[in-house]
Write a protein that binds this ligand. Structure first.
Ligand code: HEC
Length: 217
């Protein structure tokens, strides 16, 4: 009978020690049962953490200043390219004003418009509608505040201003910066311009050969 209690207690301790700590995060390194004294193991090497202090350096900082003349070529652990093209990444020129047109580094061609159409259809059309008239599916569910792109203010608005709206959102509209990369935002803008152009056509835009079939003289 005594063994039943012992075995039960052993099983409880076993279950807890095997399953109980799974997924727990520890900040301190695990206990080394056989520490590797001769060759200190990789996980126990001495190091400084970010912004730590140090008595070794005269200024007391562990972070060292960059040597003079250093030129950055990338940033982040993944070595992303530097964001040193203000127009491309902010939609603003050196004076801080919105640029009127897409940056020179984003040439407008058919491919860009097709990318823009794809992103627009995924991210913007649910509210702004496939035609950009503000009649997306969300209107049927009571979200009536989405504006049409086909008014004079938005026809004349600077491309940089549209970039700013996609990047930071505006009033009720959220930012799409986490869904669209800068180049994709410009592609969407080019497509929004195409939508505006498509809705602002006049008789003069109809080619001569098609005028008759539309009954235009
Ligand atoms: C969830 C619905 C929703 C989605 C999705 C959405 N918008 Fe909007 N958008 C709005 C609303 C609402 C406004 C009006 C904001 C306001 O009150 O000024 C607006 C305004 C705008 C304006 C006018 C800004 C101005 O200067 O007045 C532009 C341009 C615009 N959106 C572009 C886009 C683009 C491009 C996308 C896709 C990347 C997008 N929107 C996605 C709801 C949406």
């Amino acid at each position: 009978m005594r063994n039943v209690y012992l075995v039960t207690a052993f099983l409880v301790v076993l279950a807890l020690s095997v399953l109980g700590l799974r997924g727990t995060l520890f900040t301190r390194p695990p206990l080394d049962v056989f520490p590797d004294w001769a060759f200190p193991s990789m996980r126990n090497q001495s190091k400084y953490k970010h912004q730590a202090s140090s008595r070794f350096f005269a200024d007391g900082r562990a972070d060292r200043p960059l040597p003079p003349g250093v030129v950055a070529t990338s940033y982040g652990p993944a070595g992303q390219p530097l964001r040193n093209d203000d127009v491309l990444y902010t939609g603003k020129d050196a004076s801080g004003a919105f640029v009127a047109r897409l940056p020179a580094s984003v040439p407008v061609d058919r491919k860009l418009l097709e990318r823009g159409q794809q992103s627009y259809t995924i991210y913007c059309a649910p509210c702004h509608g496939a035609l950009g008239d503000g009649n997306g599916i969300t209107k049927q569910y009571g979200m009536g505040a989405t504006p049409t792109y086909h008014d004079d203010r938005l026809r004349r608005i600077a491309d940089g201003d549209l970039y700013n709206t996609i990047t930071h959102g505006k009033n009720n509209m959220l930012s799409y910066a986490d869904k669209l990369k800068p180049e994709e935002r410009w592609a969407v803008i080019a497509y929004v311009r195409a939508l505006q152009r498509a809705q602002a056509g006049t008789v003069a835009d109809v080619p001569e050969v098609n005028k008759a079939e539309l009954g235009i003289k």
